[in-house]
Design a protein around this ligand. Sequence first.
Ligand SMILES: [Zn+2]
Length: 118
Amino acid sequence: MHELSLSEAILGTVLKHADGRRVTAVDMTIGALRQVVPDSLEFYWDIVARDTLCEGAELRHTMIAGRARCETCEKEWELDLPIFLCACGGTARAVAGEEFEVESIVVEDKEDACIAQR
Ligand SMILES: [Zn+2]
């Protein structure tokens, strides 16, 4: 159900920026460490977007690989799971992979839509 609440959060952000215009696509950046399942997110997105200006909008995403840096030895490495322990015994911090952001939205131009319907 993690993805359901995330979908609702995306919808809130997108509707605010759409400002009454119909949304056709949403571009997201998702960090691998957020443990989001894209298929599941898209599934819930279609449900929460129903009967809103986002209905039928495509949810696109770019995945960002997780990266950690050790605070003790400053070694950096890529990781898929949020486990922040270095081989030297030091504690690491995520330097990438915790993103979860709406980068941009594509809205339908109302005037163009009118012309297309003639
Ligand atoms: Zn280390």
